[in-house]
Design a protein around this ligand. Structure first.
Ligand code: FAD
Ligand code: FES
Length: 360
């Protein structure tokens, strides 16, 4: 993974266990750090003699903010999150990889955009909302954000500022609110969504699309409520911050075919486009596309190697592959139909495969 040194030019504490850090991008790295709302960066650091790589969503909006910003919440005993929140400060330099990710996809017309977040899951939502408002294409936005207490709400001023626009409706949902709290109580769960979705739909009349970010359990519950309410799976996008997703596949692998499918059979050559480089490798039987490329030390973006971090999202531009079914936790069938895959979950099924890590 290629990283670049970016100076920290600002820091703000966001409540008891979170902080935002602003990172300046020098002019000569502007194209390496161009991004879409909702994308994330990977940060590499060494702690206790171990090299650690962690992903953080950009909480800045590409059209509106000069510097990049990440917003980090400490997890208990979390090494990198604690370091970023407690120790890193203005004047330090972080090793940062180019933005990646496919959480937000531009819409082809006005939609009712449901942003459902919990805890640090707010980070990609704020730029998505700000970018949509900047675009001014007639979307309605409902932003429901779950936390424990008023003090634990991250980026509260920015979320509340969104509600100043008549097309935006914001609800803070608190699970441990004090007596004075007059907003919704509890969690963004089945009951909350069953009660809210019909009213929200009536308010806008636009076709809905939902973005979910927070703990897996929260997203599973929210997704099933949205499906029951009538949204299609391709209208529900999820960004997972959790580390463990991929235990066993309970479904067979999913075939993915590029626009130019080529001849099926044992793969003789994988060609990977990364930046201006094109790397070639002959895969070993049963090897994933990512493993084959790492074996020849290709500088491809990756981290978890098990389908949880989204770093290795890439596009099959020639040939075919089969992808472990857990990919559907991150990508949707319509993404796969476009040839998008996670390289760490994909095995080639054609004699030649070309995969592009930048065309996402
Ligand atoms: C695409 C993507 C975007 C992300 N964006 C953000 C973001 O914007 N803001 C943010 O704060 N985090 C974000 N994360 C999570 C972040 O990458 C790290 O996983 C998190 O900061 C924990 O790393 P750590 O080194 O502090 O914890 P570690 O030292 O790796 O873990 C220490 C302990 O915490 C547990 N743990 C680790 N990670 C988590 C987790 N995510 N949730 C619950 N328990 C955990 C471990 O099981 C372990 O017990 C994102 C993750 C991904 C994949
Ligand atoms: S390397 Fe993390 S999803 Fe593939």
């Amino acid at each position: 993974m290629t990283t670049y040194p970016l100076p920290v030019v600002g820091k703000r504490i966001e409540g008891p266990d979170a902080a935002s850090l602003w990172l300046a991008v020098p002019q000569d790295l502007a194209s390496a750090f161009s991004y879409r709302a909702g994308q994330f960066v990977a940060i590499e650091t060494e702690i206790g003699g171990e090299t650690l790589v962690r992903q953080y969503s950009l909480s800045s909006a590409p059209e509106l903010d000069r510097d990049l910003r990440i917003t980090v919440k400490k997890v208990p005993d979390g090494r990198v999150s604690s370091w970023l929140v407690d120790e890193v400060d203005k004047g330090d330099v972080l090793e940062v990889a180019s933005p990646r990710g496919l959480f937000f996809k531009p819409h082809d017309g006005p939609r009712h955009v449901l942003l459902l977040a919990a805890g640090s899951g707010v980070a990609p939502m704020v730029p998505i909302a700000r970018s949509l408002l900047e675009e001014g294409t007639g979307h309605a936005i409902t932003f429901a954000y779950g936390n424990r207490t008023p003090e634990s709400i991250i980026l509260k001023d920015e979320v509340d500022a969104l509600a100043g626009d008549p097309s935006v409706h914001v609800e803070h949902v608190l699970s441990r609110a004090s007596d004075g709290w007059d907003g919704p109580r509890g969690r963004i769960d089945r009951d909350y969504l069953d009660a809210g979705l019909p009213a929200w739909a009536e308010r806008s009349g636009l076709p809905p699309v939902a973005y979910l970010c927070g703990p897996e359990a929260f997203m599973d519950v929210a997704e099933s409520a949205l499906l029951l309410f009538g949204l299609g799976q391709s209208d529900i996008r999820r960004e997972s911050f959790d580390l463990v997703l991929t235990d066993e596949d309970d479904e067979p692998p999913i075939p993915v075919t590029a626009a130019s499918p080529g001849e099926t059979g044992d793969c003789e050559r994988i060609s990977a486009v990364v930046g201006t480089e094109e790397v070639e490798v002959t895969p070993r039987p049963g090897e994933s596309i990512l493993d084959a490329l790492l074996r020849v030390e290709a500088e491809v973006p990756f981290s978890c190697q098990e389908g949880t971090c989204s770093s290795c999202i890439s596009k099959l531009t020639e040939g075919s592959a089969e992808v472990r079914s857990v990919v559907l936790k991150t990508l949707r069938q319509d993404d796969l139909d476009e040839g998008l895959v996670l390289a760490c979950l994909s095995k080639p099924t054609s004699r030649f495969v070309r995969i592009d890590f930048d065309d996402i």
